[in-house]
Design a binder for this molecule. Structure first.
Ligand SMILES: [Zn+2]
Length: 303
């Protein structure tokens, strides 16, 4: 398992830590705990034209607008925070994260499964940025790989979303593309309550708040059993906000159970011979970095 990481992934908001519960520097903690891992760094952030070509006309304008960005980032519109501050401190790290997803995809297609510590911005779509997600990294990577001929429009793609939140942005990005299969395990009692995007999910596992690890893992296993082979590439949005200690996810898994969920997913994808890209996704609590490390170690031991 190759690990994709760059120090520029880290979101350091300095004294503005109160703006969001996200530990923006958790990527460096995960990196530090993976001292013997095979780390590959993106050479730069994703190109602006790659981002712009993934957006509709309205979003091309909104993405430059401070008020719209503050709404999407779920932070108050503070007058002295400038667009350039937001861009350099928060958006630029995300653009590095998108580049990481594209690199991870290329590695997986070449035979090396990869885990991008960032990315998994599954609430963003070509029409809308929301839920601390500005760029839909899977959609942008898919578009770039089609443009370069590394994928064709007929290739079957799989997205497995085990972040606590429903991946409405991915569902909307690929709403009309039936070559993309969506499997989504999510807390149905929390954001985003989006009936249109929920209906797009091919294999849906909606769970009530408070669901613990045993039931979660049983339901995940049953969902994975429904998958067949023939996919050119699988993306796994491996958000760790399913942890009981997460302030936003509302589910109740332990660190070991999160690692087990990653293992179950990878076991199934390996059995089906599907090249795999894991992505960071959400994770806002004190144990998020530890769960990512445990998951990465669990799946790396399977290679
Ligand atoms: Zn989430």
């Amino acid at each position: 398992m190759k690990i994709i990481y760059h120090e520029n992934y880290n979101i350091d908001v300095g004294i503005f830590k109160f703006l969001h519960p996200f530990d923006g520097c958790k990527f460096s903690k995960v990196r530090a705990a993976l001292n013997d891992a095979d780390i590959i760094a993106p050479q730069g952030p994703i190109a602006e034209d790659a981002i712009l070509s993934s957006l509709n006309e309205l979003l091309k304008i909104q993405i430059k607008d401070k008020a719209a960005l503050c709404r999407a980032l779920e932070i108050p519109k503070i007058p002295f925070l400038s667009f350039s501050w937001l861009d350099s401190r928060i958006l630029s790290p995300m653009r590095w994260g998108v580049a990481g997803t594209l690199i991870a995809s290329r590695l997986a297609l070449g035979g090396d499964d990869a885990w991008n510590l960032a990315g998994g911005y599954h609430h963003a779509s070509p029409h809308r940025m929301e839920g601390f997600c500005i760029y839909n990294d899977i959609g942008i990577s898919y578009q770039q790989l089609i443009a370069s001929g590394e994928l064709t429009a007929d290739d079957k793609i799989l997205i497995i979303d085990i972040d606590a939140h429903h991946g409405n942005g991915n569902a909307r990005t690929f709403h009309e593309n039936k070559n993309v299969t969506l499997l989504d395990v999510y807390n149905a009692d929390i954001y985003p309550n989006d009936p249109v995007s929920r209906r797009r999910v091919d294999i849906a596992v909606p769970l009530p708040s408070g669901t613990g690890g045993e039931l979660y893992l049983n339901k995940l296993s049953a969902a994975l059993e429904q998958l067949s082979s023939g996919y050119k590439l699988a993306f796994v949005v491996a958000g760790t906000d399913v942890l009981a200690t997460d302030p936003l996810g509302g589910l109740s898994l332990s660190v070991a159970e999160v690692a087990q969920s990653h293992k179950l997913v990878y076991q199934r994808l390996k059995a089906l011979h599907i090249p795999t890209v894991f992505l960071g996704g959400g994770g806002y609590g004190k144990d998020s970095a530890a769960a990512m490390v445990a998951g990465i170690k669990a799946v790396s031991a399977m290679d």
